[in-house]
Design a protein around this ligand. Structure first.
Ligand code: FDA
Ligand code: NAD
Length: 434
């Protein structure tokens, strides 16, 4: 089969790829030099839309409406943009073998791609209940959500099972966002997760209590402290029941599973150094192998602010890491250098009329402030994390843009906190005066 050769190849066509492409153009990439190879059939898009507006019953978001780089307020890069810039979008093409020694990628159809510089941007894949051998987990109408194809299948099922019952397995990001959007679609929703409160990776018990109360008030049934151990299906193979470890059985027409993701590093196993489950990079996103970079969900990079190697599975970092890597590539070609990547963690989520942002590190003591009564008309509350007397993390629900900027600044500046009591009393005022 014919071989194609490019100066630069981005492997993966997700968020990081889109933002990298824009930066390649900013840096003056020449016509024909860059290719993006993606398993997906569409140009890079803002993945967060899939668990939110894509699933709305009224005026849902659809491509080409949310191609990158609209998510951060930039120009939307339509497929025509790539063509105009001479960037080859090689879509619907899964790479099944990577040989870093010979700088070669091979697709499932046997096409061969050569590169001089490779940017690995393969993102994450979902963890499946079938991976743990959960009985009946391959029944029809059990869904996972990662790519636009997955979202399309879910949209079809929502239409087919009007006013039916949905069970959401997992209490993390997917669990919380999908429970909300399924409820908005008028399904009867139950959520199941093993922990004592939702989103335990980030939320304190106090933060979680608000969302659990709010969801319960919307009519979502929350079942904590247990897991799905099996599924019963009807004669057509469609899921009908979810069996829980505590013996309960839930009726279900649709099941959505969000039990975590796993970075897609498998093509490079044994070829690049790994750390903490991701591909190890330096602060320019260079891997252990020359001419190979890794960005987005797959990269384990030096988080300068905490002097620690970390991996981040959120959209803001995927955008910024991609831009930083491309700047570093061009600087290095010009015999120059760029500053170290100095990232302040930023995560957010939206569901119903709620919207929260978090900046910094969720370690140390915590204080909760504001009105976190889920029954309030306009709840607004937050939390600070305090380590060694300094405020290192801040969370805010329903903040204004200025207030969100203020909590971001707190997390970056890490001001001293007089006492936890004082912080709790001052609440948002503390952030706004920094
Ligand atoms: P991303 O997953 O975007 O892209 C990887 C691409 O590589 C995909 O196109 C994939 O098909 C392709 N690929 C993988 N292996 C390949 C192979 N072998 N050959 C060819 N192509 C291959 N974050 C946040 O901060 N706020 C939010 O609200 C959300 N919401 C959200 C919703 C949903 C449904 C998901 C799944 C995720 C989020 N996220 C989020 C997380 C965020 O979307 C995620 O961190 C970024 O998309 C990561 O960007 P990457 O480019 O690294 O991977
Ligand atoms: P997650 O890690 O946020 O949450 C997984 C949840 O599933 C946890 O609560 C976990 O304890 C629970 N769980 C684990 N095993 C279980 C089991 N057997 N039964 C029931 N629950 C179980 O992962 P996710 O929600 O699946 O999200 C996947 C990826 O998508 C992550 O990378 C996430 O960052 C990303 N994402 C991010 C956002 C956002 O930032 N707003 C939104 C959606 C998705």
């Amino acid at each position: 089969m014919a071989e194609k050769s490019f100066k630069y190849v981005i492997l993966g066509g997700g968020v990081a790829a889109g933002y990298a492409a824009r930066e390649f153009v900013n840096q003056g990439v020449k016509f024909g030099e860059l290719a993006i190879i993606s398993k997906e059939a569409v140009a890079p898009y803002e993945r967060p839309a899939l668990s939110k507006a894509y699933l709305f019953p009224e005026s849902p978001a659809r491509l080409p409406g949310f191609h990158t780089c609209v998510g951060s307020g930039g120009e939307r890069l339509l497929p025509e943009w790539y063509a105009e810039k001479g960037i080859s979008l090689i879509l619907g093409t899964e790479i099944v073998k990577a040989d870093i020694g010979s700088k070669t990628l091979i697709s499932a159809a046997g096409e061969i791609f050569k590169y001089h510089i490779l940017v690995i941007a393969t993102g994450s894949t979902v963890i499946r209940l079938t991976d743990f051998g959960v009985q009946g987990a391959d029944s029809k109408n059990i869904f996972y959500l990662r790519e636009v194809d997955d979202a399309d299948k879910l949209v079809e099922a929502i239409k087919a099972k009007k006013n039916g019952k949905a069970v959401i397995v997992g209490g993390g990001y997917i669990g919380l966002e999908l429970s909300a959007v399924m409820k908005i679609n008028n399904l009867d929703v139950s959520m199941v997760y093993p922990e004592p409160w939702c989103m335990p990776r980030l939320f304190t018990a106090g933060i979680a209590a608000f969302y659990e109360g709010y969801y319960a008030n919307k009519g979502i049934q929350i079942i904590k402290g247990t897991v799905a151990v099996g599924f019963n299906a009807d004669a057509d193979g469609e899921v009908k029941e979810v069996k829980l470890k505590d013996g309960r059985v839930l009726e279900a027409d649709i099941v959505v599973v969000g039990v975590g993701g796993r970075p897609l590093t498998v093509l490079f196993k044994g070829q690049v150094e790994e750390e903490k489950g991701g591909i190890k990079t330096d602060s320019f996103f260079r891997t252990s192998v020359p001419d190979v970079y890794a960005v987005g969900d797959v990269a384990t990079f030096p988080m300068k602010i905490y002097n620690e190697m970390r991996r981040v599975e959120h959209v803001d970092h995927s955008r910024k890491s991609a831009e930083h890597a491309v700047k570093a590539i061009f600087a290095s070609e010009a015999g120059k250098s760029v500053d170290d990547y100095d990232y302040l963690p930023y995560f957010y989520s939206r569901s119903f009329n709620l919207s929260w942002q978090f900046y910094g590190d969720n370690v140390g003591d915590t204080v909760l402030f504001g009105d976190n009564n889920p029954a309030s008309e306009n709840p607004k509350f937050g939390s600070y994390w305090i380590k060694d007397g300094k405020v290192v993390g801040a969370f805010l629900e329903s903040g204004t843009p200025e207030e969100n900027k203020a909590i971001a600044k707190v997390a970056r500046v890490q001001p001293q906190a007089e006492s936890l009591e004082q912080l709790a009393k001052e609440g948002l005022t503390f952030a706004c005066k920094i």
